[in-house]
Design a binder for this molecule. Sequence first.
Ligand SMILES: NC(=O)c1ccc[n+]([C@@H]2O[C@H](COP(=O)([O-])OP(=O)(O)OC[C@H]3O[C@@H](n4cnc5c(N)ncnc54)[C@H](O)[C@@H]3O)[C@@H](O)[C@H]2O)c1
Length: 274
Amino acid sequence: MLKDQTFLITGIADENSLAMKTAEKILENNGKVVCAGLGVTPFHKNISEKAQAFLDKNYNDFQTACHKVLGDQVYTAPLDVTLPESLDFLAKDLYQKDIKLNGFLHAIAMDKTIRQKSVKPMLEVTVEEFNETMNVSAFSLISLSQALLSNNVLQNGASIVSLSYIAAEKVSSFPYINISIAKAALERLTMEIAHELGRKYGIRANAIRFSPYMGSKAGNATLNAEDVEKAHQKSPLGNALPEDLAHEIVHLFRKETRITGEIRHVDGGFHIMG
Ligand SMILES: NC(=O)c1ccc[n+]([C@@H]2O[C@H](COP(=O)([O-])OP(=O)(O)OC[C@H]3O[C@@H](n4cnc5c(N)ncnc54)[C@H](O)[C@@H]3O)[C@@H](O)[C@H]2O)c1
């Protein structure tokens, strides 16, 4: 289905990341992947020892998982979406290696107002926390698209997929508040680029709202088992699995689909319930 096509996968922290399942599915469908994971880049200046250790561990886990699951030959590179130079460096490296992309998966989120499964009320969120979450989790869709397009790496007719969830639209029982606002922005940004890039380059862009999933690093740090079980009971088909999500992403990556600007649900039907 994806023969001779290459996709950039962001957001792999380790083997359990949702993005990893998608990367595997792309390979199963005869496509190729290149992976960018959070790590130290030449553009990180004056970072604390603690931050350096965190980024080093993150990159090491990312690389080890990519090589183990996707093969020793898979392209891996560090990326910090908060640094424009890092985005540009990645795009230039892909260009120099003659890697042309047929699309990318945006699977990046971060919210420091969620700590050990408890979350700050909206009225206690600082402007710095709000802006940082917005930048990493939403605006990065634009900055990544800009970097790839300005370096001629993203091909005409490419497909972009971003990951969201139902809390973008409704107040939810999950411990998501500040990040939900960023997800709402991410969805609107997905629609805006579907319009702009669709007209200009025939590029498609869609967002998928996925079920709560505790298997990943982010899911495990934020969700609790009780809420996930409640969602499972409420969903007509039960919570969707990473495999279901990967299947839908591969579908949206296919050249044959004229689908764009959609906010799709891969959530076992949770979204139809009152
Ligand atoms: N787990 C869930 O319940 C769930 C449900 C719906 C949507 N999602 C979304 O799916 C996506 C992937 O999440 P996941 O559950 O696989 O967790 P994950 O922890 O495996 O992935 C989150 C990724 O974001 C990356 N990241 C954070 N800051 C970054 C930065 N500055 N630069 C580059 N990368 C950065 C992390 O390194 C990590 O790889 C996220 O957008 C998340 O909001 C998750």
